[in-house]
Design a protein around this ligand. Structure first.
Ligand SMILES: Cc1cc2nc3c(=O)[nH]c(=O)nc-3n(C[C@H](O)[C@H](O)[C@H](O)COP(=O)(O)OP(=O)(O)OC[C@H]3O[C@@H](n4cnc5c(N)ncnc54)[C@H](O)[C@@H]3O)c2cc1C
Length: 450
């Protein structure tokens, strides 16, 4: 008897291994993998993320022996039409917990139901689905540490077996994989194999000292798995199963994976927090606008503030579509507390340029720094970009890698303001005085508290 056709709707799960939605689809029939290129997500993605996504599509097309169908348009009408034309019995997909994804998925489910096709949700891009871990009184966690304890106690599945015996269905001609847009960033290789290779290398190397070295941006001390996790080329379950949390490096790494899950959980409970301060009184903070503020934003975004660690980070973002976590914090703090600009402006720039740009982690990373979010750093804790640079890039190697004007400055002197104009050709003078702007930031904070 011929197998029924079922659709596997690929969204953020570009992999064949450890993929429960694909396993379930494979048990139900011949699988037609479908990706719908939705303008609502493609348009704001920025060149680096679009190029990485195009690479993920190519990788999946190869690993499914060309079965992947890529449609362009509104997922509601595209999937309903495809289910009709292929006679698909059901559609399988991993659940999405973001604000746009939830609205889209409700609409798709209703359209499919009208055609008597069931949409079955299996798994998600998280080890523990957002919304599943709550406090004893049933409300959401607002603080990371208790969330992380409850998350670990909740636990997660072992990785699901690989794609054994999947029969791929023949589908209609799709519209094809979109052209990777022109971009200058040097991006990681997209796809499942590349993600797993990167994980193996990190697990067998830098993971051991991750707890001690993860804050040093100069070397390769972190996993750089973020883009693979964002697109589901590798699932966090696969990483968690490899960890032995009796070792400090592994325990520190698991905590970082948990931050990703915590922020997704916060966003699930409070979808408005993607763009609005979680702490309502902080929304009243006085912010700068006008031509000088615009010039400051321009200098920040191009890595020309005259603060070497900030500039190195912002130039790393332009060069690689990625920035080290410690430097993301320093650069974000500089925008909010030294330039007094709205965090959402910086968050948008990050989303335009990050290959790992993820609404939950980005918005809440920014809110943490800006002191407006759940479990945020208190607003009065203002990073000093010079001492942060000296502490986390003590030899100056990170700055010299991304700021060529400062390559002639030796050692940690690269962070000293006096050394820069004397020794460096063409490097800008500092656009603000950190000490004064810190006082200004604290005064504005006191004003909203009152
Ligand atoms: C202002 C700001 C914006 C950020 N925007 C994003 C974003 O858009 N997308 C994104 O994936 N991460 C974001 N982060 C979190 C973090 O900077 C990146 O996940 C990390 O730098 C990715 O590098 P890695 O894979 O080498 O991390 P590793 O140190 O190897 O960590 C392993 C994984 O844990 C997760 N993780 C680590 N730190 C965090 C964190 N603080 N919050 C949430 N998840 C974390 C990531 O999935 C990461 O890949 C942001 C942080 C800040 C301060």
């Amino acid at each position: 008897m011929p197998q029924p056709t079922v659709i596997w709707w690929v969204r953020r799960d570009f992999r064949l291994r450890d993929n429960p939605a694909l396993v379930a689809a494979g048990h139900a029939g011949s699988v037609l993998p479908v990706f719908v290129l939705d303008d609502a997500l493609w348009a704001p993605a920025g060149p680096a993320r679009r190029a990485f996504l195009a690479g993920c599509l190519e990788d999946l097309q190869r690993s499914t022996n060309g079965a992947l169908v890529v449609c362009h348009g509104d997922p509601t009408s595209e999937l309903a039409a495809l289910a009709r034309s292929t006679g698909a019995a059901a559609v399988y997909a991993a659940a999405d917990f973001g604000p746009y994804g939830r609205r889209r998925d409700d609409a798709v489910a209703a359209a499919l139901e009208a055609g008597q096709v069931e949409l079955r949700w299996v798994g998600s891009s998280y080890a523990v689905d957002p919304g599943s871990v709550v406090k004893g009184d049933g409300t959401a966690f607002k603080v990371f540490t208790p969330f992380s304890r409850a998350w670990a106690a909740h636990g997660w599945d072992r990785p699901f077996p690989g794609p054994v015996g999947i029969g791929w269905a023949d589908g209609p001609e799709g519209k094809g994989i979109p052209e990777a847009p022109a971009h200058d960033a040097e991006l990681p290789t997209a796809g499942e194999e590349a993600g797993l290779r990167r994980w193996d290398r990190f697990r067998d190397g830098a993971l051991l000292d991750y707890d001690k070295r993860r804050d040093s941006p100069a070397g390769e001390h972190t996993s750089r798995m973020s883009a693979y996790l964002k697109w589901g080329c590798v699932h966090p379950r696969t990483l968690l199963a490899d960890l032995d949390v009796a070792r400090k490096g592994d325990a520190a790494f698991r905590a970082e994976l948990c931050w990703r899950e915590f922020y997704a959980d916060v966003l699930w409970h409070q979808p408005g927090s993607a763009r609005r301060a979680l702490q309502p009184q902080m929304a009243g903070m006085a912010l700068d606008s006008g031509p000088l503020a615009d010039a400051h934003f321009q200098a920040w975004s191009q890595g020309r503030t005259g603060f070497p660690i900030v500039d190195a980070g912002m130039r790393q973002l332009l060069a690689e579509g990625w920035m080290h976590n410690r430097v993301r914090m320093i650069a974000a703090s500089f925008l909010v507390k030294d330039l007094h600009l709205d965090w959402t402006r910086g968050a948008r720039w990050f989303m335009d340029h990050l290959v790992d740009g993820d609404l939950a982690s980005n918005s809440h990373g920014w809110q943490w720094v800006a002191g407006t979010g759940t479990d945020a750093a208190p607003y009065f804790r203002v990073f000093n970009p010079t001492t942060q640079g000296q502490k986390f890039d003590p030899d100056g190697d990170y700055v010299r890698r991304y700021v060529p004007e400062l390559r002639a400055v030796a050692g940690k002197a690269v962070h000293e303001p006096w050394a820069q104009p004397l020794l460096a050709g063409g490097y800008p003078e500092r656009i603000v005085d950190h000490k004064e702007e810190r006082e200004e930031a604290l005064a504005r904070y006191q004003a909203v508290r009152r």
